[in-house]
Design a protein around this ligand. Structure first.
Ligand code: 13P
Length: 246
């Protein structure tokens, strides 16, 4: 049985004050939020704050990106060892915004995955097709290519110890969610390439009113939540949806 995980990706949002308030509200409501695992991936400058606030709670924390390099002259980059030192459990790797806006390639994403895994972090590997790729019938091919780059470099076992997130680019921040059936189809396709124990999250406009139906799909093991993770009530409702489904 794969344990469900609901991870918030706060992207480039928040301030010290808003994050203190958000964490306070999430922690206050966590008792009724079911048994799914929970994590938040926060901007680098807030990792220390989040680590102090969440230590000893059941919410894990992580970063939204990580360097593929161990150390050196890479101005502005943050290594996996630095994140591990801050108590990060997770690091997002290959989010579509990184791929699209910052030109991260499959090879670079695989190197980032290897760096994170090697430092003892749990990478959350994001994959997913654009709308043009879906409309061209290329969804499976794109997801396979993105997964295979990491599988070839790191192997199935490393990926099984990590987390994969299927996030169709056309569903991110658009309010247009993949239907439960569309998500399940891609998850089932991805799972064929992965070890059976690999957790595969769905991400893309997950909200309280659609979460339970998506999480009820056989190959959906939880969610990666953007906008709705910035509102404590919505995030808690999605967590409850993960706890009740399946
Ligand atoms: P939204 O939930 O805002 O669509 O974002 C999804 C996402 O990109 C999570 O990583």
């Amino acid at each position: 049985m794969r344990r469900r995980l609901v991870a918030g990706n706060w992207k480039m949002h928040g301030s010290r004050a808003s994050i203190q308030a958000l964490l306070g509200s999430i922690l206050a409501g966590l008792g009724d939020a079911g048994g799914a695992e929970c994590a938040v991936c926060v901007p680098y400058p807030y990792l220390q704050l989040v680590a102090e606030r969440l230590k000893g709670t059941r919410i894990a924390w992580g970063a939204q990106n990580v360097s593929e390099h161990a150390q050196g002259a890479y101005t502005g980059e943050v290594s996996a060892a630095m994140l591990a030192e801050l108590g990060c459990k997770y690091a997002l790797v290959g989010h579509s915004e990184r791929r699209q806006l910052y030109g991260e390639t499959d090879a670079q994403v695989a190197a980032k995955f290897a760096a994170a895994h090697g430092a003892g972090l749990t990478p959350i590997l994001c994959v997913g097709e654009t709308l043009a790729e879906r409309d061209a019938g290329r969804t499976d091919e794109v997801v396979a290519r993105q997964l295979d780059a990491v599988l070839a470099k790191c192997g199935k076992e490393a990926v099984a110890k990590s987390v994969v997130a299927y996030e169709p680019v056309w569903a991110i921040g658009t309010g247009r969610t993949a239907s439960p059936g569309q998500a399940q189809a891609v998850h089932a396709f991805a799972r064929k390439r992965l070890a059976p124990a690999t957790r595969i999250l769905y991400g893309g406009s997950v909200k309280p009113d659609n979460a339970a139906a998506i999480f009820a799909m056989a190959d959906v093991d939880g969610g990666l939540i953007g906008g709705a993770s910035l509102a404590a009530e919505d995030f808690l409702a999605i967590l409850r949806g993960a706890g009740s489904a399946g």
